[in-house]
Design a protein around this ligand. Structure first.
Ligand SMILES: O=c1ccn([C@@H]2O[C@H](COP(=O)(O)OP(=O)(O)O[C@H]3O[C@H](CO)[C@@H](O)[C@H](O)[C@H]3O)[C@@H](O)[C@H]2O)c(=O)[nH]1
Ligand SMILES: [Mn+2]
Length: 763
């Protein structure tokens, strides 16, 4: 197919025909579509069988099954919609460089919130990988937001900036590919990368320096406080993480704008006061946006979580191919790189690598209005974050008039009272700003920066509603992306040979559950608000199919209730000696068998196509059963008290596993793949589900009644899916299910058995 893209605006004035910076490669998926439609029709036939069958009128299980299956069918339709038009973009950074045009500046944001859950060495590695990117250093500025206001983090960054003076030139000179030192030294790279004579020597020297950096940081962490809190550190003296004034510090300034120097590095900890809401990560991002606005005001911004290092040094160049490479900039409102993770365990025991999800679901989004904003690894246009719609952006001239017509006062009403910020925003809104403000030195902007980082700055402004990241959901990223799509922008991501960014995926049981529960809560906060995708598509430029794709994600929580209910039905039928599935003597059994086989082969084929093992497929299937019956169910049920204001919505920061991060991705430790538990009630529903199904199977064996073969297979399938819990019954410590959880679950299972029989005898 001919590529849709053309060339950057600069080529239009220039007669030399430039090669396109990017190209769309459609993906063929005829067979997949056929299978998806087949599954859909099988589901429909199952529903019609239920409607037409005699059993319809007389069984509770039959009714419930019908309701659940209707829901699954609807959900399947949403799923097909997302995956129907997969696309792929290739980008050509060399062509961009060949054009010889000046590259636009980019402000980079790194967020960190807690020096214990997010050890500073992790943030340091992320920052180092960003400082060393293949992009003119005088066009980059790196801002680190520290919501923990931790002198440890500040100290670590100071130390890191010293190491950067060796690390950045080393990476560039030898064209090192992985520029997060921990990953490079833990096996990602070695002394033979470069065949030159001096290389091994330099390599050893740098490795030694990096080890010393790690030691200094580790010692500081052990001591608790890095040094005496005087001088540069005085601002941290006697403060609390949740109650302190703004701190903005220039750690490193690329003063002479050297093109072979190191990018600016700025530390920021916004003001916090207990009585003012700080909106967690979204709040931090908005402060970063303002602080960078008054300092460097780059037209593009890249944001990464503290654990997401840049794995591909050309990532900014690739993103620029998409940001500059379309004839119309509305095609790339933002460039979101897929979230990928390092240190993935063999066969993905926790199903937390999301490889298949990225490959099929995210790619499907690409064929609609574009990928969702995932909160990290994303390049934004500053003006889009400032709330511009495509119409406003397309008509720069008129826009200029509008902005010029407005006094600074109007802009200050929207963006807050800082004059410096209003002036910087004006440049962005008119689209006239294409270079960093290089005339003044960074320290002259600090006063303005501290002002815009204050905890009351946003009152009576548009921040969090029409400007910046949108507040109101613990998945601020999804909500913000939705609002950008609603303003008519599209989003994209390029396919890179080596992943753009790599992060740290949570392992074990409890951490995964906490993260997933937070996500589910965040999705529901959007769904049950005026900003939900269906209302949005009616009133805005959000495309209908894109809104359904958003709906597909946001319904993960509500999906859990029917699935949990359905998972109880086989056992219910066995307890009550009834059927909720067709029996072997009915032809309709073939619908079920076909569904079961085709669906599993279909999902399996996706894993195989992604070069993953059958084991990885099974682990992912199993984990989704577990997560649905625990985190999703809890997130869903726990949401309603939150909606009524009976409990608080909080953003629990996901702990980053330092062992995984530093000793490296390659340490294979069998224990790390084992499921862990804690006392949280979140583990009760899956444990109860396990007991219920075990009891059912035991009854089948004791009774010797093999009538409901469908029910027996389903029940056994559930036990297999819950195998980590079965093992957890016999293990102790963190690998075992705690006794209180076992007792609670057993009681619930017993009650279920008791009431099932009672209902059935009444019916
Ligand atoms: O008050 C806070 C809380 C969090 N963070 C930062 O937010 C980022 C993400 O937090 P994390 O605990 O790692 O959340 P995850 O669930 O792993 O994050 C995923 O989900 C979030 C919510 O959807 C997105 O914001 C993230 O980008 C995405 O990686 C981290 O850098 C934190 O330091 C803050 O800056 N301030
Ligand atoms: Mn994270």
């Amino acid at each position: 197919m001919e590529s849709k893209c053309l060339s950057s605006p600069s080529t239009m004035a220039n007669p030399i025909p430039y090669l396109p910076l990017q190209e769309i490669i459609p993906r063929k998926n005829t067979l997949k579509r056929a299978v998806e439609v087949t599954i859909f029709f099988l589901l429909l036939s199952l529903l019609s069988y239920r409607l037409l069958s005699d059993n319809y009128n007389n069984s509770l299980a039959w009714h419930l099954a019908f309701l659940c299956e209707s829901w699954f069918t609807f959900f399947w339709l949403l799923f097909i919609n997302v995956k129907w038009n997969p696309l792929q973009y290739r980008t050509y950074p060399q062509r961009l460089l060949n054009r010889g045009v000046e590259l636009p500046p980019v402000d980079i944001f790194v967020t960190t919130a807690d020096p214990v859950l997010e050890p500073p060495i992790i943030t340091v590695n992320t920052v180092l990988s960003l400082l060393a990117l293949d992009y003119p250093p005088h066009k980059l500025a790196c801002y680190v937001s520290d919501d923990g206001a931790s002198p440890l983090t500040f100290y670590s960054l100071m130390e890191a900036s010293k190491f950067a003076k060796l690390w950045v030139p080393f990476c560039k000179k030898h064209n090192i590919q992985v520029r997060a030192p921990f990953m490079y030294f833990s096996g990602g790279g070695n002394a033979t990368d470069d065949i030159s004579l001096e290389f091994p020597q330099e390599w050893r020297k740098i490795k030694n320096e990096y080890e010393q950096l790690c030691n200094r940081i580790e010692e500081a962490v052990q001591r608790g406080i890095p040094c005496e809190l005087t001088g540069e550190f005085a601002d941290f003296s006697g403060i609390e993480g949740r109650n302190h004034p703004s701190i903005v510090k220039v750690i490193w300034e690329n003063k002479e704008n050297f093109s072979d120097g190191i990018p600016h590095l700025i530390y920021l900890s916004r003001e916090k006061q207990p009585k003012h809401p700080h909106h967690y990560k979204a709040g931090a991002m908005n402060v970063l946006t303002r602080v960078s606005g008054v300092i460097t005001n780059s037209p593009f911004m890249l944001n990464v979580d503290c654990d997401m290092f840049a794995n591909n040094p050309q990532v900014v160049l690739h993103a620029m191919c998409l940001l500059l490479g379309f004839e119309n900039e509305t095609e790339s409102g933002f460039v979101q790189h897929p979230q990928m993770f390092y240190g993935g365990l063999k066969d993905d025991p926790f199903g937390n690598q999301y490889v298949v999800l990225v490959e099929y679901v995210l790619r499907g989004f690409l064929g609609l209005q574009g990928p969702i904003y995932a909160g990290t690894g994303c390049f934004h246009r500053r003006k889009v974050i400032y709330g511009l719609s495509v119409d406003e952006a397309e008509n720069k001239g008129r826009n200029l008039g509008v902005v010029n017509g407005k006094s600074l006062e109007t802009l200050r009403a929207k963006f807050g009272d800082s004059i410096e910020f209003a002036e910087s925003a004006k440049l962005i809104m008119c689209g006239t700003n294409n270079s960093m403000n290089r005339s003044r030195c960074l320290s002259s902007c600090i006063k303005a920066a501290i002002h815009v980082a204050s905890s009351v700055y946003e009152y009576n402004t548009d921040w969090g509603t029409k400007v910046g990241l949108v507040y109101g959901s613990t998945t601020e990223d999804l909500l913000t992306g939705l609002s950008i799509h609603a303003r008519g922008w599209r989003s994209v991501y390029p396919d890179l040979d080596s992943p753009a960014f790599l992060g740290c995926a949570p392992t074990g049981g409890p951490i995964i559950m906490t993260q997933m529960t937070r996500w589910i809560t965040g999705f529901l906060e959007i769904l049950f608000s005026i900003r939900n995708p269906i209302l949005t598509t009616l009133a805005t430029k959000l495309q209908f199919r894109q809104s359904l794709a958003y709906l597909y994600i946001m319904l993960w929580g509500p999906y859990s209730l029917p699935e949990f209910c359905y998972a109880l039905l086989p056992a219910y039928s066995i307890f009550t000696k009834t059927h909720f599935l067709p029996t072997v003597s009915e032809p309709a059994i073939f619908i079920l068998v076909a569904l079961f086989i085709i669906y599993n082969l279909y999902t399996l084929s996706e894993y195989i196509q992604c070069r993953l093992s059958i084991r990885a497929w099974w682990n992912n299937m199993r984990m989704s059963r577990i997560i649905v019956s625990s985190a999703c169910l809890f997130g869903f049920l726990g949401f309603f008290p939150k909606l009524l204001g009976l409990s608080d919505k909080v953003f629990n920061v996901t702990p980053k596993d330092q062992a995984t991060s530093i000793q490296g991705a390659n340490v294979e430790d069998a224990d790390r793949g084992r499921f862990t538990f804690n006392e949280s009630p979140i583990f009760v529903p899956p444990t109860a589900l396990l007991f219920v199904n075990l009891t059912a199977l035991a009854m089948v064996f004791l009774d010797g009644s093999w009538l409901g073969i469908g029910e027996i297979v389903c029940s056994a399938w559930m036990v297999l899916s819950l195998l980590p819990f079965l093992k957890g019954l016999f293990r102790r410590g963190i690998y075992g299910i705690p006794w209180p959880t076992i007792w609670k679950s057993a009681t619930l299972a017993f009650l279920f058995l008791h009431f099932s029989r009672q209902w059935a005898s009444k019916g």
